[in-house]
Design a protein around this ligand. Structure first.
Ligand SMILES: CCCCC/C=C\C/C=C\C/C=C\C/C=C\CCCC(=O)SCCNC(=O)CCNC(=O)[C@H](O)C(C)(C)COP(=O)(O)OP(=O)(O)OC[C@H]1O[C@@H](n2cnc3c(N)ncnc32)[C@H](O)[C@@H]1OP(=O)(O)O
Length: 152
């Protein structure tokens, strides 16, 4: 554990990707997300995320939305957490098929952000999402660790 957990920052990986802690060592997004730009993402659901026959687990879809909704705001604000995430599952999402996810910032004031996204296959929407993001306080992770220590 670093001395100051809030010194945590994301740097591009060896191949220039912005990856979360769980994927940085492998230099690939294990959810199957490839950024086209800040608001467009080429996504393929890996077969091991299958929930039903040939279709994605809904948790995979929610995780993809969490990721892209944060990435959409990341170039403006690198210190975000997700406060709420709402997903509408419109149609089953097939695994191993090329999907397009688009994301946008709908509103930003102070520490509060609202963002939305859409996942589609060949132009047909499969799922949509809305999220509230919040800019972390400077001591967010230190505060968390102090709270956790008080519950040992
Ligand atoms: C798991 C973290 C992952 C982070 C990944 C980061 C980078 C990834 C890197 C690169 C990849 C590229 C793009 C990014 C892609 C994905 C990012 C994923 C984003 C996430 O998926 S991020 C994880 C899920 N999302 C959370 O994990 C938030 C948990 N939610 C809170 O953190 C607070 O809720 C908050 C900040 C929303 C509002 O908090 P606030 O302070 O603004 O508002 P308020 O004062 O009303 O607090 C309300 C009550 O929460 C207590 N509280 C607040 N902060 C605390 C803290 N730090 N420690 C202990 N308690 C805390 C207060 O004490 C009070 O409690 P009480 O009511 O009992 O007094």
């Amino acid at each position: 554990m670093p001395d100051d957990p809030d010194a945590f920052a994301i740097y591009p990986s060896a191949s220039g990707r912005l990856l979360c802690g769980g994927c940085a060592a492998e230099d690939r997004c294990r959810l199957g997300i490839a950024a086209v730009d800040a608001t467009r993402f080429d996504v393929v659901c890996p077969a091991h995320w299958q929930g039903g026959p040939g279709v994605a687990h809904g948790g995979w879809t929610a995780a993809v939305f969490d990721e892209v909704l944060n990435l959409a705001a990341l170039s403006t604000e690198p210190r975000l957490v997700t406060k709420s995430l709402t997903v509408s599952y419109l149609r089953p999402v097939p695994v191993e098929r090329p999907l397009l996810v688009t994301a946008q910032i709908d509103h930003h004031a102070g520490r509060d952000w609202t963002v939305s996204a859409r996942m589609s296959l060949a132009g047909t929407p499969l799922a949509t999402a809305h999220a509230e993001l919040r800019t972390r306080r400077p001591d967010h992770y230190a505060r968390h660790e102090a709270w956790l220590a008080s519950h040992n």
